[in-house]
Design a protein around this ligand. Structure first.
Ligand code: AMP
Length: 424
């Protein structure tokens, strides 16, 4: 099946050829005809499946077929994304795919001056890509007018809910015309996503490209059991001994990201860190350096890394297990993208086995664990007290510590032993 068979117009086909895309991905095959037919679509597709082109290409075709003179503030297509990085990345794709069209587009997110955004909105916009918070600022200022919106796209809707944007989304919805096309993309399906879809979509057609909550099967998943205090040593060893280049490492907290980046740097590995406390410019610079292989390792928190498009990324490391099991799917979705294979390495400390079980339940797969020789569990080790060390009843440097209490320490040890012996 080719893009020609999807009846995309020549200016779009030309870009796709230039981009080296040979054939549509499954989500593109299924979604493009539905969007062109004006249907509401609920698509289960994670990053890396080609979902951005799946909604951008047909929407560009619709705009090309029905050009309009825009009034000040008018928006025809709105794409909402959870993070600035994803907004920027989606807008970059919009710019690429619309290279041979004359349409007005913009990307609005917070953390940067709002002034240039006012100027862009003043012209009217065929496509606006925005994060919810900054869009609401514009709605308050009445610089953006959504009353004539034709299409709404919610990209990574599950993450928007995880990040607590539900109220913002509903506020934005109140400004939209009832008569519109709505497309909702989500990597995972929860009760909340279904509820949101029921409220926002009109007789949607459901498209499922990967099984909900399934991990990309091109990604090999390796889990190492290792004591927490030896994780840094082990990861440096793996990166060095196996000569990994371009490694994205996930940690839970901002502080943890900075600390690990510093330590790896000391180990002689060029490393940058991105997290929510870093200014937008610094995040973008770190990402660009990583993409251009100026730094070998990027340490990121889940929120900062959401939606990052780093093509051909070979290695993803879960240094800390994610707070929410779904994030595991998102994290390892960074590798094995667009038909390439990848490796996800997860380091699990004894106190994190509960989180590993949650992940296994979610992906309906047992992840075989291994122990690197020389990194066996040391039950006698006592962590030195440092500012971030866990104290009973306190949060551990922002780490989610509640569910860790689900298993008594004795049971945990037994489980760890069983795992180590391959009996899990
Ligand atoms: P996305 O899932 O939208 O983040 O896209 C993941 C990556 O796949 C991006 O780098 C796209 O440029 C690339 N891509 C999208 N569609 C295709 C296609 N049909 N063939 C090859 N690569 C594609």
């Amino acid at each position: 099946m080719s893009f020609q068979a999807l009846a995309l117009p020549e200016p779009l086909l030309r870009v796709l050829t230039e981009q080296g895309y040979q054939s549509p991905t499954p989500v593109q095959l299924q979604t493009i005809p539905l969007i062109l037919a004006g249907k509401d679509v609920l698509a289960g597709a994670q990053t890396g499946t080609g979902k951005t082109a799946a909604f951008t290409l047909p929407l560009l075709q619709q705009l090309l077929n029905a050009p309009k003179v825009l009034t000040a503030g008018q928006v025809r297509v709105l794409v909402l994304t959870p993070t600035r990085e994803l907004a920027q990345q989606v807008h970059d794709s919009v710019l690429t795919y619309s290279r041979y069209l004359s349409i007005k587009t913009a990307v609005f997110y917070g953390g940067v001056s709002i002034r240039p955004q006012y100027d862009a909105a003043e012209q009217g916009l065929d496509i606006l890509v925005a994060t919810p918070g900054r869009l609401i600022d514009h709605l308050h200022q009445q610089t953006v007018d959504l009353s004539q919106l034709e299409v709404l796209v919610l990209d990574e809707a599950d993450r928007m809910l995880d990040m607590g944007f539900v109220v913002d989304i509903k506020r934005i919805m109140a400004k939209l015309p009832a008569q519109r096309q709505t497309l909702l993309f989500s990597a995972t399906y929860s009760k909340e996503i279904k509820q949101l879809a029921d409220e926002l979509l009109n007789s949607p057609i459901q498209v499922e490209v990967a099984i909900a909550n399934a991990t990309a099967d091109r990604v090999s998943q390796n889990v190492y059991l290792v004591d927490r205090h030896r994780k840094r040593e082990l990861i440096s060893h793996l990166i060095g001994a196996r000569n990994w280049q371009q490694v994205l490492i996930f940690v839970r907290t901002k502080h943890g990201a900075d600390r690990l980046a510093k330590q790896l740097q000391k180990d002689g590995l060029s490393t940058a860190a991105i997290h929510g406390d870093k200014a937008q410019g610094a995040r973008q610079r770190a990402l660009d350096d990583f993409k251009q292989a100026k730094v070998r390792i990027l340490v990121a928190t889940d929120i900062a890394a959401r939606g990052l498009d780093i093509s051909e990324l070979p290695y993803v490391v879960n240094y800390d297990l994610p707070q929410v099991a779904e994030d595991y799917v998102h994290r390892i979705g960074r590798t094995g993208r667009a038909g390439l294979s990848g490796e996800a390495v997860t380091l699990v400390g004894p106190e994190e086995l509960w989180a590993l079980q949650d992940i296994e339940k979610l992906i309906q797969q047992v992840l075989p664990t291994q122990i690197m020789p020389g990194y066996e569990h040391n039950p006698h080790f006592k962590a030195p007290t440092e500012p971030q060390a866990h104290k009973p009843g306190q949060r551990n440097s922002g780490r989610h510590d509640g569910p860790a209490k689900r298993q008594a320490p004795g049971k945990l040890k037994a489980k760890l032993r069983a795992k180590a012996l391959g009996k899990s």
